[in-house]
Every structure is written in structure tokens, then in C-alpha cells.
Design a protein around this ligand. Structure first.
Ligand SMILES: O=C(O)CCC(=O)C(=O)O
Length: 298
């Protein structure tokens, strides 16, 4: 399997044995057209409403999870990482309760899984866009599992279910995974890559040709990253909702929840990266052009 051979599946209301075998072997799976374009538009609208509400109320954290702010192509403020989004939207809440999602639990094998609507970071919405003042254009290599340790529990099986809201062909960046790494031992889980700092392509990584409405699911132990789009502005936009499907004891978050340590570390790394190189590589030329023109104007 390589980047040109991204195998996709059609979801027909159940996880069949072939899909289960593929997921067990590789640690991820890609379903085409899980929701229709009409529903995609509806969800984008809901996310925008939640974003506006949170911006209007100067909300910077939800249940202890910091939101990530940036600016859109038109300079308007946006939230580039939302957490617990469904707690602000009846429509998204209703979607998380749709029995169709429970069908995906089969991928967790014998574990008793559930949708973590009020646990971990809840329903996350990531919004990547390349603009001079975007704060989110890529994401370094990581797995999701060690977060459990920071939350005070042992590593438990989990799935991250990504519902994609924009088209994003392989050449436009997006999700990259290293197949099979969910089966590695603890050493590989912790030390295969430098968490969040390493953005380099791996020779074993594969990517996806995503259409809005597609669903990708990855095992929490799988190494993955988000490749920055080579494009600027609108063409670089990538929005994806992540639904955590989790196991273990029920640990809901609330307004009193403290910010987990890994978010503090991630924020620290981000600040450090900004200080070392304030403009992500793909933005360099645009930023320099803008700076020159403003110098010329003054
Ligand atoms: O945006 C993506 O597709 C991946 C996001 C991710 O890995 C994360 O939020 O931890």
C-alpha cells in the first residue's frame, strides 16, 4: 500500500469482516461518502454558529480544553480547534446519538466502547487554513493514546473517528498515517518519533484522497500527522470533526475540569515553534510579499 493505492470502503450500515480485517491489520480505515453533501453543509453551518457564539462570549477554554484561535482568509477571527462542540449544538448532539455510529464499535473488538461526547476533548473540530495569521496549518507526528496517562488512567483502546467537511486530495496535504503502528510495543508508542515536533514525511506513511462527507477512523495507538497544504487561502482549507470512541471507566469533563498537561506541553511547543520560525514554510513567500508591499506603501 502506498499513497497511490489508498484503499477505500463503502459503508453499508455495518462493519463487514473484510473491513474489520483491514482495520485490524492497518489501524485505520477510510469510508467514502459516509454523510451526504447536504449534511456536510448543515454541519459546517452548525460549527460556524458554535464558533460565533464562543467568539461573542470570549470563550477561550471548554471544560479545561483550550481553544485554538487564528484568522481566516478575510482576516476574520476563527477558532481553529474547537472542543466539546456538540455541547453547543443540538444538531451535532443528535448526530453523536445516531445509532449508525454505534455500528462502528465493532472495530473495538471485545471492548465495551462508547462515544465520548463529554469525555477527553469531546467532539473536536479542526480547521486548517494557510493565511498569514493562521495558527493551524499542520500537525506533527503523534499518537492519541499517551493522553490517557496524562488524564490519570492507563492506556485504553480508543478510536478517533474523523468526519471530513472539505475535499482534500492527497496533493493538498491532510492526514498521513503509518499503517500497522497501532500494533507496536510501548517503546514504539512513545519513541518512534518526536511527539508533535516532527513534521517530516515518513517513507512508510500513506495519505488519502478525501471528499467532503468521507469518514476515516484510526486506532488511538497509530502514528499520524497532518501534512500542510502547499496551497494558500481558500484552496488550503481543511475542516474535520473528530469523534472519540472510547473504552474504560466513564470520566466526563465539566466546567471545573483542569487543563490536561499535554495541552500545556502542546501550547509550549507551539509558542517555541512560532518564536523560532514565526511563519510556516508554505507561508514564507506570501508573508515576505506582504511585508514588502507594506514597506513600499509607507
Ligand atoms: O486533523 C486531523 O486529521 C488529525 C487531527 C489529530 O490528529 C488530532 O487532533 O490529534
Amino acid at each position: 500500500m502506498n499513497k497511490n493505492q489508498c484503499i477505500t470502503f463503502k459503508f453499508e450500515g455495518r462493519i463487514c469482516d473484510t473491513q474489520l480485517a483491514f482495520f485490524r491489520e492497518n489501524g485505520f480505515i477510510h469510508f467514502k461518502n459516509f454523510i451526504t453533501k447536504k449534511v456536510v453543509a448543515e454541519f459546517i453551518n452548525e460549527v460556524e454558529k458554535v464558533q460565533q457564539y464562543l467568539l461573542d462570549n470570549n470563550t477561550t477554554k471548554i471544560n479545561g480544553i483550550p481553544l485554538k484561535f487564528g484568522n481566516d482568509v478575510n482576516g476574520k477571527p476563527i477558532i481553529q480547534r474547537l472542543a466539546f462542540t456538540s455541547e453547543y449544538s443540538k444538531r451535532l448532539q443528535q448526530f453523536l446519538q445516531d445509532p449508525v455510529l454505534n455500528v462502528l464499535l465493532r472495530l473495538l473488538g471485545n471492548y465495551d466502547g462508547r462515544i465520548g461526547e463529554h469525555e477527553k476533548d469531546g467532539l473536536v473540530v479542526n480547521h486548517y487554513v494557510n493565511t498569514p495569521s493562521s495558527k493551524f496549518t499542520q500537525l506533527g507526528w503523534h499518537t492519541d493514546s499517551p493522553r490517557d496517562l496524562f488524564l490519570g488512567s492507563r492506556i485504553m483502546p480508543m478510536l478517533n473517528i474523523g468526519l471530513h467537511l472539505d475535499d482534500c486530495g492527497f496533493d493538498n496535504g491532510g492526514l498521513r498515517v503509518i499503517p500497522g503502528t497501532h500494533k507496536q510495543g510501548l517503546f514504539g508508542l512513545f519513541f518512534r518519533k518526536k511527539y508533535y515536533v516532527d513534521n517530516n514525511a515518513d517513507k512508510k506513511e500513506i495519505g488519502f484522497n478525501i471528499e467532503a462527507g468521507d469518514l476515516t477512523i484510526h486506532d488511538g495507538r497509530l502514528w499520524h500527522r497532518v501534512q500542510q497544504s502547499p496551497n494558500q487561502g481558500e484552496a488550503s482549507r481543511r475542516r474535520v470533526m473528530y469523534i472519540p470512541m472510547i473504552t474504560g471507566s466513564y470520566r466526563p469533563k465539566s466546567i471545573d475540569s483542569v487543563t490536561p498537561f499535554y495541552h500545556k506541553v502542546a501550547a509550549f511547543i507551539e509558542t517555541l515553534k512560532q518564536k523560532i520560525n514565526p511563519f510556516p514554510p508554505a507561508l514564507h513567500s506570501q508573508e515576505i510579499k506582504l511585508t514588502n508591499s507594506s514597506i513600499g506603501e509607507s
